[in-house]
Design a protein around this ligand. Structure first.
Ligand SMILES: [Zn+2]
Length: 422
């Protein structure tokens, strides 16, 4: 492939343009530059489609020859397709480019007792969606997910399947693609991606649910221009993903962002991770259900979060009190997140988004009460709960297969910024 180089050739550059201002990246090698340019082009197509090669050169700030060679590569790899030929007044007839929506991904949002499974295209559109109950046994669970995915695949014989993405409530080592921490499920020593991959004959990517969600926000362009954000996923547990100075932080073994398992009360209840008094024991939806059961013992222990939510919507005092207690715990924990990372934006995902209008005031109040300065982060729900997690699983496949992941997870990129200036 022709070497792709940005128009400016200084050693330190802002590679991504103002409209898609994801990150400041110092160019470390030609290979890295090529990967980044490729992602810039792919993201511009996603954002501005249908768009011509000339339009891409203008929007990306890259040379026409660079754009042209990257477009050829993306066409060859089927990420994009050529569409209508645009007629213009001056007689030039550029061919328009779009993401190839024939290319689709199988995704699953895995929870302790069930998985939502879907087929999703490159534009984030859902073509099929279903729920599969999961057993406590990991092997049976993976069989159920594999079978459901095979059936969904048969429903779309005209599509090309690029890969499989699983969003999981645990931590995944980015080097091995294996789970290294999954407190609420007994999945630790099982080769999830290998087993599914052998069955489906597709590459399988695992990612922590919060990380997947944050990747989705980046990929589908919802947080353009934001360089420092934390995404908190609250469902049965509490997960977090960190974008710091424009980079998704995975840390050693993929364990960065485990705020859910920091101890906030050494006399608190025992957590599935083995410690006591973890933040998630007070801030998860499981905690809200426990608070309600303490107030209304006859409710029983099998209550689900949507039942608690229905009670709260109808003004049930105990349900509202339980959610208030959970919200206060969330807000107090956010103070630590703020102190550690000083994000400009805090995003919420997971089941908490189902009752955001009930809980967000208490969360903000508790969080801002502990701020060290008057400037406070924006606190926002990303809205569509489970669908966001599924889009996140698709985004993981897209990012890893498209090069962004390669570019952002290079060993060189993980070193301190100063070393990249060589
Ligand atoms: Zn814990």
């Amino acid at each position: 492939m022709t070497k792709a180089t940005p128009r400016k050739s200084a050693g330190k550059q802002r590679v991504l343009g103002p409209a898609r201002d994801l990150a400041y990246v110092e160019v470390a090698s030609t290979e890295l530059t090529r990967d980044i340019n490729r992602d810039v082009i792919l993201e511009r197509i996603r954002e501005l489609q249908p768009i011509s090669r000339v339009g891409l050169a203008r929007a990306s700030g890259l040379q026409a020859s660079t754009v042209s060679s990257i477009v050829e590569q993306l066409l060859e790899e089927r990420w994009i397709r050529e569409g209508a030929i645009l007629k213009t007044a001056r007689g030039r007839r550029p061919t328009m480019l779009s993401l190839n929506d024939e290319l689709v991904i199988l995704v699953a949002d895995v929870r302790p007792a069930r998985a939502a499974i879907a087929v999703i295209d490159l534009n984030g559109r859902f073509l099929s969606h279903e729920i599969v109950p999961l057993a406590a046994d990991v092997q049976r669970s993976i069989e159920a997910i594999g079978l459901a995915m095979e059936q969904l695949r048969k429903r779309h014989p005209d599509k090309m399947f690029e890969g499989v993405g699983l969003s999981v409530p645990g931590r995944v080592d980015p080097k091995t693609n294996r789970l290294v921490l999954v407190p609420n499920m007994r999945w630790l020593d099982f080769d999830v991606s290998g087993t599914l991959s052998r069955r489906l004959k597709l590459r399988v990517e695992l990612e922590n649910d919060a990380n997947a969600c944050l990747l989705s926000e980046l990929w589908f362009g919802h947080i353009d221009g934001i360089h420092n954000t934390v995404l908190i996923a609250i469902s049965e547990g509490v997960g977090a993903a960190v974008l710091a100075e424009g980079r998704l932080i995975s840390g050693r073994n993929g364990l960065a962002g485990e705020f859910g398992h920091m101890c906030i009360d050494s006399t608190g209840p025992k957590c599935a991770c083995g410690q006591v008094g973890c933040w998630e024991m007070f801030a998860s939806t499981t905690a809200a259900l426990r608070y309600y059961a303490e107030l209304v013992p006859q409710a029983g222990s099998r209550m689900q979060i949507h039942e608690l939510l229905a009670l709260a919507v109808n003004g049930d005092a105990a349900a509202l009190q339980a959610i208030e207690k959970q919200s206060i715990a969330i807000g107090r924990g956010l103070r630590t997140v703020n102190a550690a990372l000083s994000p400009e934006l805090i995003l919420f995902a997971g089941d908490i988004t189902l009752f955001w209008n009930i809980c967000h005031e208490a969360i903000e109040r508790e969080c801002t009460a502990g701020l060290l300065t008057s400037s406070q982060p924006r606190i926002v729900s990303i809205g569509d709960g489970e669908l966001a997690l599924l889009r996140g699983a698709a985004a993981v496949v897209l990012q890893r297969h498209s090069g962004y992941y390669r570019a952002s997870h290079r060993e060189k990129q993980r070193t301190v910024a100063g070393k990249l200036m060589r």
